[in-house]
Design a protein around this ligand. Structure first.
Ligand code: NAP
Length: 455
């Protein structure tokens, strides 16, 4: 994939970049290796000062960074600015909590003292997607740098200016040269980098295919990997739920990032007695959504990030309809319009083998399912290869307990939408990946958990 800035709202190529040569990659890995030897000795309070400075820079220039995000990947300007603010939050959060999360853990044994010490691993490769081009990077980098690691970023090829801006933020914040470096490279160069002896581990947020490819290369070299992959999150609404609140949240949860979020609600599983009312209210709210220029404040849904994503989504919708799914609204993009726009779409009566039933739909398409009771809702929710998040709505405490215990997901949110929060661990099970980001679990992924025993 070419490394370019292409405005998804117009299709115009605004800037092209030349990928790094082998020699340039080597120079950056060598610098990271040298930097790590010094950087690992730096105390928490100094690292926290730099990270707080990074948060300040993000907040001061949130409009500028927000515009860059919107320009490169098409989300609405309001959500881009909110993303930048959330990056500042995660920086401040780890600046404050890293030392406590990585403090020695004393354990009583037959030794005079025994404890666990958490030490950095070295160079961590981060392979990141375009959908939250700042947030995905910062949620990895803030804990990784506080833990004393250094990082190489291979960002998605359609957000090179975001990648370079993040690199500059870390250096302007005061982190030593080589602590965080962006590599403008294609996906074909990732394997050689993870197999380089100086690179100790990797994290990838993206598709299943990319995750498999990185994990197998890392597996060959016996290196640790954290994978944050796709999802087809259920959004279950049972009879006792607050229906108005559930429908309003359903729209937000599906339309997050113009539908291009791993934890967007994708399958709406609704109990039979309230199904018709839920469907009607959902259609009414969908009809109010404004699709258009993402730089305008009153736009709800911008273009899909790339033409390929728009076309893939449309193929999934059309195939589902051919197989018997009913189109309640949308599903007919205007291919003559410049940009990668896709209309808000609702599908129902979806047969079990249709793409809308089993695949991840990465765009503003809601799949509606009618179920007779909680048993059927849990069975349907779990009948997917994914296991990222799940949102479930009920005011019955026995049902809440069952949903918490029985949903196969890395996170269950009751009467709320799935969202990431620096204070809570984030990650999936099944084909949504493994490992965790954020909270104490996130910072402990890329450390040597060293056992110390003193006689
Ligand atoms: P993608 O194609 O997998 O791209 C993600 C990153 O992986 C990019 O930097 C890409 O580089 C790189 N990549 C692609 N193929 C690779 C390979 N064979 N080896 C190594 N690196 C490779 O993902 P996407 O389709 O843009 O992103 C959407 C997917 O990410 C969805 O499935 C979504 O659910 C998932 N996602 C998951 C989370 C989570 O936290 N679980 C968060 C956000 C998104 P190029 O751009 O150069 O191809």
């Amino acid at each position: 994939m070419a490394i370019d800035t292409v405005n998804p709202a117009t299709g115009e190529t605004l800037k092209t970049f030349t990928p790094l040569t082998e020699a340039e990659i080597e120079t950056k890995i060598a610098l990271a290796e040298r930097t790590f030897k010094q950087y690992r000795q730096i105390n928490f309070s100094q690292k926290a000062q730099w990270l707080i400075k990074a948060a300040d820079l993000l907040e001061t220039d949130k409009q500028k960074f927000g515009e860059l995000i919107t320009l490169e990947m098409g989300k609405t300007i309001e959500s881009s600015i909110a993303e930048v603010e959330k990056c500042a939050f995660v920086c401040r959060f780890y600046a404050e909590h890293a030392e406590q999360y990585l403090a020695d853990r004393h354990i009583t044994t037959d030794a005079s003292q025994s404890f666990v010490r958490y030490q950095p691993l070295g160079i961590i490769l981060a392979v990141m997607p375009w959908n939250f081009p700042f947030w995905q990077v910062f949620r990895f980098a803030a804990p990784a740098l506080m833990a004393g690691n250094v990082s190489l970023l291979k960002h998605a090829s359609n957000v090179p200016q975001c990648a370079l801006a993040i690199d500059r933020i870390f250096s302007q914040a005061g982190f030593p040269s080589g602590t965080f470096q962006t590599l403008l490279i294609g996906a074909d160069r990732v394997k050689a980098i993870i197999q380089d002896d100086r690179v100790k581990a990797a994290t990838l947020t993206g598709s299943e295919h990319a995750g498999q490819s990185l994990a197998s290369a890392a597996g060959d070299a016996l290196k640790k990997v954290v994978l944050e992959l796709g999802g087809s999150d259920p959004f279950i609404v049972l009879e006792s739920a607050d229906l108005e609140m559930a429908v309003a949240t359903a729209v937000t949860a599906r339309m997050l990032n113009s539908g291009q979020s791993c934890i967007a609600a994708k399958r709406f599983i609704i109990a039979d007695p309230i199904f018709d009312r839920f469907q009607q209210k959902l259609v009414e709210r969908y009809q109010l959504l404004k699709v258009g220029d993402p730089m305008l404040a009153d736009t709800d849904i911008g273009p899909m990030a790339t033409r390929q994503i728009r076309d893939r989504l449309d193929a999934q919708v059309q195939k589902s309809v051919q197989m018997g799914a009913k189109l309640l609204m949308g599903g007919k993009p205007d291919f003559d319009r410049p940009g990668n726009f896709y209309p808000p779409t609702i599908l129902t009566d979806i047969p079990a083998n249709a793409p809308a039933y089993s695949d991840e739909m990465f765009g503003p398409v809601a799949a509606l399912f009618r179920v007779k009771d909680i048993d059927e809702s849990i069975e349907l929710a779990n009948s997917t290869v994914f296991g990222l998040g799940a949102s479930a709505w009920t005011n019955d405490s026995i049902e809440q307990t069952r949903l918490i215990n029985e949903l196969e997901a890395g996170a269950v949110f009751i009467n709320g939408m799935v969202k990431s929060d620096p204070r809570l661990p984030f990650g999936g099970i099944k084909r949504s990946g493994y490992g965790r980001e954020l909270s104490s679990e996130g910072i402990q992924e890329f450390v040597n958990i060293k056992t110390v025993w003193v006689k």
